[in-house]
Write a protein that binds this ligand. Structure first.
Ligand code: ZN
Length: 134
């Protein structure tokens, strides 16, 4: 079985972390796949996806602060759109995840969640979920 699901994420503010674990699991459940692979792909150049703690809301906040320290806005940037810091953060975090499906569920650690990262919002963004398996 191979399925492709697309859903939208509405972000708030320039930077935003949205927990998409539930929507991703919903795509897996709808596919009927019990054992396989799930790929989450973000088709944007100023938004990314990552796995991190889903319990303490200070964790996404702190990771976002760390990324801003690694990639601050710089006067030397030349890209005319003025969002090069967002493009750089997107490259640091990455556009996709590969997840294991076991027993019809995403195999995630107790504290892990799948997070959509906005760096140039607010916008309505797309998330693609490919599920493969049996
Ligand atoms: Zn740009």
């Amino acid at each position: 079985m191979i399925t492709l699901t697309e859903f939208n994420v509405k972000t708030n503010g320039t930077t935003d972390w949205i927990n998409i674990t539930g929507e991703t699991q919903k795509a897996v459940s709808a596919s009927g796949v019990r054992e396989g692979i799930c790929v989450v792909f973000i088709p944007h150049t100023t938004a990314a996806v990552t796995i991190n703690e889903n319990a303490d809301p200070d964790v996404p906040r702190d990771v976002d602060l760390a990324l801003s320290l690694i990639s601050p806005d710089r006067r030397e940037f030349r890209h005319s759109e003025g969002n090069s810091a967002a493009h750089a953060k997107t490259s640091l975090v990455g556009p996709s995840l590969t997840l294991i499906i076991s027993g019809g569920r995403l195999l995630l650690g107790t504290w892990q969640g799948v997070w959509f990262n906005e760096y140039d919002g607010p916008r309505v963004r797309k998330v693609n979920v490919r599920v493969m398996g049996e």
